[in-house]
Design a protein around this ligand. Structure first.
Ligand SMILES: [Zn+2]
Ligand SMILES: [Zn+2]
Length: 97
């Protein structure tokens, strides 16, 4: 699943994310929150990671599953947020992935 994007696209998306999870859903159950980001009114997940930690700490996900494999359609998520989203999808459809 994470092998969809080309290396260049993932790299571009990662640079845009500045090594930080791009999830900003406040009701996300996997979300990383720190007093610092909350104090700034920043709803984005506070987890950061390095590029070589891909699959260990972060994944590249499609924003629109039917969209193109471009950096614009690629979201960098920490594993916790990615997992929380997977569970959400399973819950919505009541079946397997
Ligand atoms: Zn999150
Ligand atoms: Zn996250």
């Amino acid at each position: 699943m994470s092998g969809l994007f080309s290396a260049e696209v993932v790299r571009e998306a990662f640079l845009r994310a500045r090594g930080r999870c791009e999830c900003s859903l406040l009701d996300c159950r996997g979300h990383g929150r720190s007093p610092l980001t909350l104090a700034k009114g920043d709803s984005r997940c506070s987890r950061t990671f390095f590029f070589p930690e891909r699959a260990e700490k972060w994944v590249a996900r499609l924003i629109d599953p039917s969209g193109p494999l471009t950096a614009e359609n690629c979201r960098i998520l920490c594993l916790q947020c990615a997992r929380a989203r997977d569970e959400e999808i399973v819950g919505q459809h009541g079946a397997k992935k």
